[in-house]
Structures are given as structure tokens and as C-alpha cells.
Design a protein around this ligand. Structure first.
Ligand SMILES: Cc1cc2nc3c(=O)[nH]c(=O)nc-3n(C[C@H](O)[C@H](O)[C@H](O)COP(=O)(O)OP(=O)(O)OC[C@H]3O[C@@H](n4cnc5c(N)ncnc54)[C@H](O)[C@@H]3O)c2cc1C
Length: 134
């Protein structure tokens, strides 16, 4: 049985092609680049999806964004909500959460709409900083 460490795997790979610049592809590309692997990220569309989605990063996502070294940039461009709720179409509240009761939790929810991460535009702060680092 052969066990390969991350380092030996990285050593044998000159390039990885990641298909799709959604949250998964973007995060995977950063994590691979952090291991010194040359990454080419292919996206079928001209721009990142501008629909209001993938905006709320819950604790597990915040943990992964921190591991990727981008959480401070995401927080700087976005914000940490003090509360969130789900409403019916008529505005009636169904359920909600308060985050201000755990203000010091490092994995507290962060909000930044997906298209504000970069949009392939290197003048956008988060993508620009990631490109400068890797
Ligand atoms: C209305 C709505 C709101 C949401 N809000 C949140 C939220 O607040 N927080 C949260 O965590 N999640 C949210 N989600 C879920 C979140 O958007 C998805 O879980 C996430 O986008 C999945 O990421 P992904 O990278 O796997 O796929 P996708 O986001 O679908 O990205 C896939 C990418 O691959 C590209 N692609 C596909 N085929 C090819 C190809 N052959 N060649 C090249 N490129 C290709 C697509 O164009 C796309 O850009 C929401 C979803 C919806 C629908």
C-alpha cells in the first residue's frame, strides 16, 4: 500500500484544472494554490452569478474561508450581521437567530454576496488580494 502525503502529491502535480468558479471551485483553487499547486480555473459564464445567493457564510464556511486565508478580506468587504430571520411573503417572521449574543465567536456568520468576491475583475478587493498572494 502506498501512502502519499499532500506534499508528495503536490510534488507530482504541475497543474490542476478546476471547472466552475462557484464557491466550491473558488475555495478549492485557493487551497490548492496555498499548497504551491498551479491552478487553472475555468468558468463557463462571463461573470460570477449576480443573483443574491451564497451571501451568508455560516460557521462551517467561515472556518474554511479562514483556512484558505481569505476570511479577513471577506469580512472587510462584507459585514457580520447581528441577526437573521426568515419571513413569509407578507413579512411575518417565521424564525430568526441573534448573533450578537456570541460577539467574540471567530466563526460567527459573515455576509458577502458571491459576485462581490471578485467577478473575474481584479480591481475587486477579495480576488485582487488572493491573486497578489498566490
Ligand atoms: C436563492 C439561493 C440562495 C442561496 N443563499 C445561500 C447563502 O446565503 N449561503 C450559502 O452558503 N449558500 C447559499 N445558497 C447555496 C449556494 O449558492 C450553493 O451551495 C453554492 O453556490 C454551490 O457552489 P458550487 O461551487 O458547488 O456550485 P455553483 O455555485 O453552481 O457553481 C458552479 C459554477 O460552475 C460553472 N460551470 C458549470 N458547468 C461548467 C462547465 N462545463 N464549464 C465551466 N464552468 C461550468 C457554473 O457557471 C457556475 O459558475 C443559495 C442558493 C440559492 C439558489
Amino acid at each position: 500500500m502506498t501512502t502519499r502525503t499532500n506534499a508528495s502529491v503536490a510534488g507530482n502535480l504541475s497543474k490542476i484544472i478546476v471547472v466552475g468558479a462557484g464557491p466550491s471551485g473558488l475555495l478549492l483553487s485557493i487551497l490548492l494554490a496555498k499548497h504551491g499547486i498551479n491552478v487553472e480555473l475555468l468558468e463557463a459564464t462571463e461573470r460570477l452569478d449576480e443573483q443574491p445567493r451564497a451571501a451568508h457564510y455560516a460557521s462551517p464556511a467561515v472556518y474554511e474561508l479562514r483556512r484558505a486565508g481569505v476570511i479577513d478580506d471577506v469580512i472587510e468587504s462584507g459585514f457580520k450581521p447581528t441577526s437573521a430571520c426568515w419571513r413569509k411573503a407578507n413579512g411575518e417572521i417565521i424564525a430568526g437567530m441573534r448573533f450578537d449574543v456570541v460577539p467574540d465567536d471567530p466563526e460567527r456568520m459573515v455576509v458577502l454576496p458571491l459576485d462581490r468576491l471578485g467577478n473575474g475583475d481584479v480591481t475587486q478587493p477579495v480576488l485582487r488580494k488572493v491573486q497578489e498572494r498566490h
